[in-house]
Each structure stands twice: as structure tokens, then as C-alpha cells.
Write a protein that binds this ligand. Structure first.
Ligand code: GLU
Length: 434
């Protein structure tokens, strides 16, 4: 690889923290320093491979045409096809997609999957569009992305505000644009499809189940019984709901929930299924749920509890609220929910963080199973899927735990070090073309 590790000391430019990109770069550089990452590989991994931006027109229900901006950022493909979600949210831009794509590279590497990392989406608030407008937006976005995605090249999946229906539209559009004899062979262009049209049984709960499992593994290692433990969840979407569902089954008590509209608290416990039903019947919000008190946005993380699960957006735990957190354990269901300044405060206070790239990796592991299932024409059943997921996550969790103990580093640094080393090895073995 040219320069030896000794010749070149990594140069790390300290920049003030701004967005998610600064956050992921600081996490990356700190792990890269720890493993003394080869400087050439540090250069490669510090930047994204490809950034696709598409502007595309869509006819609205009233006949007007609106032009949307969509993104797909492919960070690194050293380990296999690019993999990662598409989100529909007002915060989607190039910077966010870059950061989220990088996290996917570390996540798939840590999980031992044959994938690289990507992320993308459209800058929209889907609540402002009808179902048929969302279908046309999704199909036209897929058409605009064209061969920048593909089942052996870049495989999108659900993320914030996208779901199995979104994936079904993408799969159908992509497959319809292939010659007839190739259509079925392209079903795995996306994962997270509905059961019955190429989806995997259990993919819906895979991320939340994984969040629960990592909490359970940590609790077992620390002789902690989940029964009676109190937890709070930020975001009651797919990840927040399923994590709560499995924790409640183990006797833990959901005492606070926050969504984009507001927060609620009940120290006696909120019934997860009843809250899910309420959320569904009230246009996707939990506010005004009976028998609980409202919680100010700034006070949510200060709720009395043992476990805190941020399962919404990035940059939620910062220096503004990290000192107020009562939980002993943070399980990152979201991507990048804790920024570096917030994390430093938490670590100083002895609060443990199960990092996103481990904690929420059940989702992409489930996606991998769906992709394998489509490729081999098999159909796997729920119990089999959850069992495989449990075993695979346990391997990742133990690796991170052991590395963190043996190297005396926090779990995030440990997870990043393991992930980056695997990619470094692939580059060293292959060299750089030409
Ligand atoms: N959007 C999920 C994530 O952030 C899943 C990605 C995938 O399955 O490709 O991990």
C-alpha cells in the first residue's frame, strides 16, 4: 500500500462540531487513531465514493407538477454492494446522506455482512402528500435513480418515514423497467418488501428486536433483570414500537414516549399495544394519550428511567441535555442520535451507550436474510429468522464487548475499530487499482 504506517502520522483536522457529518467523522477519526489505520485507507474512507442527486418532476393530484430532489450517496463498496435505507424527511440533504451512508459502511462491516454502505432519500414531509402522490413520487424517484441502484450494486431499504409499501413500489418500478425475462431476478433490488411480495417474515420487527436483544445481552452481562426496569423511547415508529414490544414482554415498563408532536409520561407504565393502537388511530402521534402527563421537549431525556432508547433522528442527545439524563444505559435505535459532545458528558458520568452501528444493526441483518432468500428462491419463517438474527447479533455484541474490555475503550470506539479493521484488511489484500 505504499507509505508504511510509521512514515505518515495521521493528520486530523479538528473542526467545530456542526452537523451529522462532523459527528461521524470525529467518531471515525478517533477509532482510526486508536487502531493506527493505514493513512492511505484513512484517505479513502474519509470521503464517499459516489453522490447521486436527482431532480425529478411529479404530477400532483390537482394536476400541478412539483419538482423533487432525491439523493443516493454510496460511501464505500469494498466489502460488497452498497446497502442502506431511503428516508423521506425535511432533514434529508447531501450532508445528512453522506453521514448516514458512512454509518452504514461501519454497520454492515461490524455485522460481518458482504455489503458496503449507502443512504439516501427525498427532502419531503410525506404527511403533506396523498398516498397516490407518494406512490408517483417513489416510482419517479426510482426511475430517476435508474441503474445507480441494482440488486448486486446498491440495495435500498426502509428508513425514516418509508416502509414496506415504499419498497414494493420501488421493486415494482425497477423490475418493470427490465426486459421481461430478467424481472424476477431483480426482486432483491430492495429489501424490506412486504411479506407476500418477496419480503422476509420478521423484517418489520428486525431493527426493534435487535435493539431489545442488545439491551438484553448487556443486562445479562451485568446481572441486571429487565423485569420492572423503566425505559423511555424517543420516536414511536417501527423501531421504537418493536423495541418497546419486546422489552415489555420481559417485564420492563415503558414510562415515557416522545414523537415529533410532543412527549408523554406515566411512571406506572404505558401499555405498549394500547399506545400503538392509539398512535395508529391518531394519525401517527401519541400526544393526548389518556392517563399520562405531557412532557416538554427539553425535559424528555430528564424523565426518571433506567434505559433510554433514542429511536428517531440524529443529534438528539447533545451537551444541552446529556447532563440531565437519568438512564444508566442508552440504546441507540436511531442513527447518530448522540453527538460527540453529548457522548463525552455521558461517558464521564459513567452512562453506557450501546452504539447505533451495533444496537440497530438487526435491521440490515434482516435485510441481508431477505436478499439471500430472494437470491436463492427460498422462503424462511419467522422463528427461523428471529433465531438467526439472535445468534448473529450475539456474535457482534460479544466482539464489541470483548474489544472494549481488552482495549479499555467505550463500546462505540470498539465497534468502529472492529468495523474499520475489516475494511482495512480487504484493501490491504486487494491493493489499489491500477
Ligand atoms: N435503514 C436501516 C438502517 O439504517 C436499514 C438499512 C438496510 O436494511 O439496508 O440500518
Amino acid at each position: 500500500m505504499g507509505n508504511s504506517k510509521k512514515d505518515l502520522k495521521p493528520k486530523v483536522k479538528k473542526v467545530p462540531l456542526k452537523g451529522m457529518m462532523d459527528n461521524v467523522m470525529e467518531q471515525f477519526n478517533s477509532a482510526a487513531n486508536h487502531i493506527n489505520l493505514h493513512p492511505n485507507i484513512r484517505k479513502i474512507l474519509s470521503i464517499t465514493n459516489n453522490e447521486i442527486l436527482v431532480n425529478f418532476p411529479v404530477k400532483m393530484d390537482n394536476g400541478d407538477v412539483e419538482v423533487f430532489t432525491g439523493y443516493r450517496v454510496q460511501h464505500n463498496g469494498a466489502l460488497g454492494p452498497y446497502k442502506g435505507g431511503l428516508r423521506y424527511h425535511a432533514t434529508v440533504d447531501l450532508d445528512a446522506a453522506r453521514a448516514l451512508a458512512m454509518w452504514m459502511t461501519w454497520k454492515t462491516s461490524l455485522a460481518g455482512l458482504p455489503y458496503g454502505g449507502a443512504k439516501g432519500g427525498i427532502k419531503i414531509d410525506p404527511a403533506l402528500y396523498s398516498e397516490s402522490e407518494l406512490e408517483r413520487i417513489t416510482r419517479r424517484f426510482t426511475y430517476a435513480l435508474a441503474d445507480n441502484i441494482g440488486p448486486e450494486h446498491d440495495i435500498p431499504a426502509p428508513d425514516v418515514n418509508t416502509n414496506s409499501q415504499t419498497m414494493a413500489w420501488i421493486a415494482d418500478t425497477y423490475m418493470s423497467s427490465r426486459p421481461p425475462a430478467q424481472r424476477s431476478a431483480n426482486q432483491h433490488v430492495v429489501t424490506g418488501k412486504p411479506d407476500g411480495s418477496g419480503g422476509l417474515e420478521g423484517r418489520d420487527r428486525a431493527t426493534g428486536f435487535g435493539v431489545y436483544l442488545t439491551i438484553k445481552f448487556w443486562a445479562d452481562n451485568n446481572d441486571m433483570d429487565l423485569n420492572g426496569k423503566k425505559f423511555i423511547v424517543q420516536g414511536f415508529g417501527n423501531v421504537g414500537y418493536w423495541a418497546s414490544h419486546f422489552l415489555e414482554k420481559d417485564g420492563a415498563k415503558l414510562v415515557g414516549v416522545q414523537d415529533a408532536q410532543g412527549g408523554i409520561e406515566n411512571q406506572d407504565g404505558l401499555n405498549v399495544e394500547a399506545l400503538f393502537k392509539y398512535n395508529h388511530e391518531n394519525k401517527g402521534t401519541i400526544i393526548n394519550y389518556p392517563d399520562c402527563s405531557p412532557v416538554e421537549k427539553s425535559e424528555f431525556f430528564a424523565i426518571d428511567c433506567d434505559i433510554c432508547i433514542p429511536a428517531a433522528l440524529g443529534n438528539q442527545i447533545t451537551k444541552k441535555n446529556a447532563s440531565k439524563i437519568k438512564a444508566k444505559l442508552i440504546a441507540e435505535g436511531a442513527n447518530g442520535p448522540t453527538n460527540v459532545e453529548g457522548e463525552n458528558i455521558l461517558l464521564e458520568r459513567g452512562i453506557v451507550i450501546i452504539p447505533d452501528i451495533l444496537c440497530n444493526s438487526g435491521g440490515v441483518i434482516g435485510s441481508y436474510y431477505e436478499w439471500l432468500q430472494n437470491r436463492s428462491g427460498e422462503i424462511w419463517h419467522l422463528e427461523e429468522v428471529l433465531d438467526k438474527l439472535r445468534k448473529k447479533l450475539k456474535v457482534s455484541f460479544d466482539k464489541v464487548h470483548d474489544y472494549s474490555e481488552s482495549e479499555g475503550v467505550d463500546m462505540r470506539t470498539a465497534a468502529f475499530c472492529i468495523a474499520i479493521k475489516r475494511i482495512e484488511k480487504a484493501y490491504i489484500q486487494r491493493g489499489i487499482f491500477p
